[in-house]
Structures are given as structure tokens and as C-alpha cells.
Design a protein. Structure first.
Length: 278
């Protein structure tokens, strides 16, 4: 369980008092979930099943066909930290759960700032990152640009699985061949030699191994998104001795507590919000 106090310690005394009032303002509470991940969907379903709990999931709108979600849903940005703070106040939000992608650092920063300003308890739901094991040939980088700089020294045929918004960082690498996999078509510019594969996980180790062999992949690039749904590619790379460039996650803002799974978020809510566990 994550105590709410961990989130509140970094707040001003005024915000701390405001947060205490938030936590007991309503019998059951309004929870805002910043979504876009499987964990966000799971959390929304768990909260919507609780009598009297209002859950609103906010989606950035980057995926054109999001799946069905339990509870209320809003799509689109808030207008930065100030806009989100205003929404928290207007909609009388009692707790904020940032369950966005681990690399959505801008949204996470805005959420932390808005929650702090309004005295709303906040937590970041982040699945654990991947860990290298025996036989893995991982190269860690801090950015897509750093990954692009490293690629020519590792291979010529690249399996790029960094999402549709990050491909432009590799566009200057005109001598390499790229297999780009994403849920929706990647945004240009693209590398000169690019084949796009539209697919959504989960993927099996067998299929990933066959894919790497079919395309003669000799280096892979991925973000450390964590989770099991897309980790099979790492097992396939280990089996075939393919090096993997892993882009590390950006750090979390100061003063906001992390939770590893939905159960931990629910425990945090039960410990800090009046009535959400009834």
C-alpha cells in the first residue's frame, strides 16, 4: 500500500489542507484516470464496479479507435497544467491516477503540477520496467536520438518498435533498413528504406522469432515500456542473439508516488479517500 502522505509531503501547507478537504468532501469520491494503457482500462473497470464511485478516464486522442471503457470518458488535452488544475477543481476530483504510457513525460509533469496546485492526492501507475537477463545483449540509451546514433555500429536491418511518434529520429539513417511496427501508421519523416507493419500486441515468442528471421533483423530498438504484452520480442532477440537498444524511461516528477499495479492503486485509494472502499 502507498500512503497518501507520500504524495502530500511535497505540497505547501495550504495545499495539504486543501487535499485533506478533498479526501473527505464526498461520501464516495471522484477519481480521474489519465489513461491510454491496459492498466488504466483495468483500473477504470475496478472503480466503476464500486457503488457510488465516479471514475472519469481521460484519453489524449492519439489512437483513433480506443476500446470501450467503464465509467465516464473524455478525449483530448486539458490545456497544460493550468487547464488540468481547473478541470480538477471544476469537476471536484478527489484523486488523480496517472496511468499513461511510461514515456508520456509531458502529461505526467502536468499532472503532478496540477495535483500539487489543487491539493489533489495523486499517484502514478507504472508497470515495472524490463530487466536484462542472461544472454541478453542490451544497449541502454536515454533518448531516441541517442539510440539512432548507436544503431550503425550494431547492425544494418533494424526492427523498430518505439511507437508511431518516434520514427522521425531515425529518418537520417538512409543506409539502414527498417521494419517499423506500430498500432497506427507512423508519422513522417521516415527512413528511406522502411517497411511498416501495423499490429497490436500481445505477441508470442514463436511469432516474434519468426518475424526476426523472416526479415533478417540484426538489431532491435525498443522503449522500456515494460509489461508482458510486448516482451516476447526480447525473448526472441535473446534466442537469436540479436542486440537490443533499450531507451530508458524518463524519471518521475518529484513528490509523486509510484504504484506498480492496479491492486496497489486501489489500496492507496482505500487508505486515503473516504468511502472509496465501501
Amino acid at each position: 500500500m502507498i500512503p497518501v502522505a507520500r504524495t502530500l509531503d511535497a505540497m505547501s501547507p495550504h495545499a495539504h489542507a486543501h487535499a485533506h478537504a478533498h479526501a473527505h468532501a464526498h461520501a464516495h469520491g471522484h477519481v480521474l484516470v489519465l489513461g491510454g494503457t491496459a492498466e488504466a482500462r483495468e483500473l477504470a473497470a475496478a472503480l466503476a464496479a464500486r457503488p457510488g464511485v465516479r471514475v472519469t478516464t481521460s484519453l489524449a486522442g492519439r489512437v483513433s479507435r480506443p476500446g470501450a471503457l467503464e465509467g465516464d470518458v473524455r478525449v483530448g488535452g486539458f490545456g497544460g497544467a493550468e487547464g488540468l488544475a481547473r478541470w480538477l477543481r471544476t469537476e471536484r476530483v478527489d484523486a488523480l491516477v496517472d496511468a499513461t504510457h511510461p514515456f508520456a513525460s509531458g502529461i505526467t509533469a502536468n499532472a503532478a503540477q496540477a495535483a500539487r496546485a489543487e491539493g489533489v492526492p495523486a499517484v502514478v501507475l507504472r508497470r515495472p520496467g524490463w530487466q536484462a537477463g542472461p544472454g541478453d545483449r542490451w544497449h541502454s540509451t536515454t533518448s531516441l536520438a541517442e539510440a539512432a546514433d548507436l544503431l550503425p555500429s550494431l547492425g544494418r536491418r533494424v526492427f523498430l518498435t518505439t511507437g508511431r511518434l518516434g520514427v522521425a529520429a531515425f529518418a537520417p539513417l538512409s543506409e539502414l533498413h527498417f521494419l517499423v511496427r506500430s498500432v497506427e501508421p507512423p508519422e513522417p519523416p521516415l527512413p528511406r528504406h522502411t517497411e511498416v507493419l501495423l499490429a497490436r500486441g500481445p505477441f508470442t515468442v514463436e511469432d516474434e522469432t519468426a518475424l526476426l528471421r523472416e526479415h533478417a533483423i540484426d538489431v532491435m530498438v525498443t522503449k522500456d515500456s515494460g509489461g508482458a504484452s510486448t516482451s516476447a520480442k526480447l525473448t526472441a532477440a535473446r534466442t537469436l542473439a540479436v542486440p537490443v537498444v533499450v531507451v530508458r524511461r524518463p524519471p518521475l516528477p518529484e513528490g509523486i508516488a509510484p504504484a506498480a499495479d492496479v491492486a496497489e492503486v486501489l489500496a492507496w485509494l482505500d487508505g486515503g479517500l473516504s468511502g472509496t472502499g465501501s
